[in-house]
Design a protein around this ligand. Sequence first.
Ligand code: FPP
Length: 243
Amino acid sequence: MAKNTIMVSAERVPKHIAIIMDGNGRWAKSHLRPRAYGHKKGVDRMIGLMERAFDRGVDYITVYALSTENLKRPQKELDALFELIRTRFLDCMRKVCARGVRLNIIGERDLLPADVQEILEKAEAETRGFEGKGINVALAYGSRAEIVRAANLAVEKGEKLTEESLSALLYTGGQPDPDLIIRTGKEVRLSNFLLWQAAYAELYFSDKMFPEFSDADLDDAIAYFSSKTRRFGKTDEQLENNE
Ligand code: FPP
């Protein structure tokens, strides 16, 4: 290879993408619509992005749909979100999971209405035979609570924790850690999302509100990830010399 020619490898696609879907409410407000309309659009975008990500070769997708803190929102807004689960969730997940994707609900599901829990369990059960590709939908989720839960499981078993055993006890046990975390909606923070699993993730923040985060925006985020990881800890000079 000619000296000074930087080797451009094929785009590296993250194995696991996690998304903080922020900005539904502000997007709705800017369109003079109720917040619930923003969440409705958010569901459509969530499904579209999942399909795009799997088409691109991603194996795992985690979406932050409701945090434990979000449960303190006005009941009217929570009811609108639960109604979306009642009316849309099963069909949407069937559509995406038909390509052999296993669905996992992560979080404190017992904090959700009983009929919503039943729907989530039904959706999960339909995908139980699938392995190797997964969707995690975080509902009533908080990362610190997840870590405490894992630690308590170890205490109950009288086990001394290691990094590997703690990872295995998290809701995401057995899955690769997210290598790319995307947050829409202009905020630059993780908001108690996958704090343990995010240790080595690339972080990508978009000013776009979630309902307007397009498939092309997802491609941009993947390209960002690819540009960040091509060095594999090496220097540009090492790559130029193909070391
Ligand atoms: C944050 O935007 C978004 C949420 C709290 C809900 C996210 C949910 C979806 C995208 C779809 C629902 C998914 C399921 C599985 C039903 P925000 O409302 O905090 O927006 P804001 O920061 O502009 O107020």
